[in-house]
Design a protein around this ligand. Structure first.
Ligand code: GRF
Length: 198
């Protein structure tokens, strides 16, 4: 039975689209049941509409910092879709330990660095500033600690002479779109072996 997947977004939704397109393939072990955005301005909502996936918006600004109330509204929206798995895809809100505990083992996130290096924001600028010769992305299970859960997959890219944060981000994003569907497909079958893409 295909696992039911809700995808949480805040922005453009290109990772969401990569996941949905993978789930629309025959025999893929998961299917999208909801795209949930924390802002009505998320451009990914238009992508979700074009892809024919149900959408919901729970605007975090309606809860003026009351994280638990925001998360209760998130879970009310999720309840209808009854997902087995949550995929955070450019979702820019930090979830409380209470939420991650309730969803323990069922939430994935993609992060644009080779964790454990560069948890948090501005990962590409930090890799460039450090003089790294490679960068990449990581899919991990979401736990109470930010960008710190068990790693489920990674993909690497070279850092090239002349790269800036934008050119590097674009190169990494291409790999994100390969990695996330590969990891979700394995995760949905109960296989926790990490995926390392060449
Ligand atoms: C990606 O780089 C992802 O790694 C980071 O935010 C970006 C989301 O892009 N969390 P998109 O919204 O999936 O296009």
């Amino acid at each position: 039975m295909a696992k039911r997947v809700a995808i949480l977004i805040s922005g453009g939704g290109s990772n969401m689209e990569a996941l949905v397109r993978a789930m629309q393939q025959k025999d893929y072990p998961a299917r999208p049941v909801l795209v949930l955005a924390n802002t009505p301005e998320a451009a990914g909502l238009a992508r979700a509409r074009r892809l024919g996936v149900a959408m919901a918006v729970v605007d975090h600004r309606d809860f003026s910092g009351a994280r638990h109330a925001f998360e209760a509204a998130l879970e009310a929206a999720l309840q209808t879709a009854a997902p087995d798995i949550l995929c955070l895809a450019g979702f820019m809100r930090i979830l409380t330990p209470a939420f991650t505990a309730r969803w323990q083992g069922r939430v994935l996130n993609i992060h644009p660095s080779l964790l454990p290096r560069y948890q948090g924001l501005n990962t590409h600028a930090r890799a460039l500033a450090a003089g790294d010769t490679e960068a990449g992305c990581t899919v991990h299970q979401v736990t109470a600690a930010l960008d710190d859960g068990p790693i489920l997959g990674q993909a690497r890219v070279p850092i090239l002479p002349g790269d800036n944060a934008e050119t590097l981000a674009a190169r990494v994003l291409e790999q994100e779109h390969r990695l996330y569907p590969a990891v979700l497909g394995r995760f949905a079958q109960g296989d926790r072996r990490p995926v390392f893409l060449p």
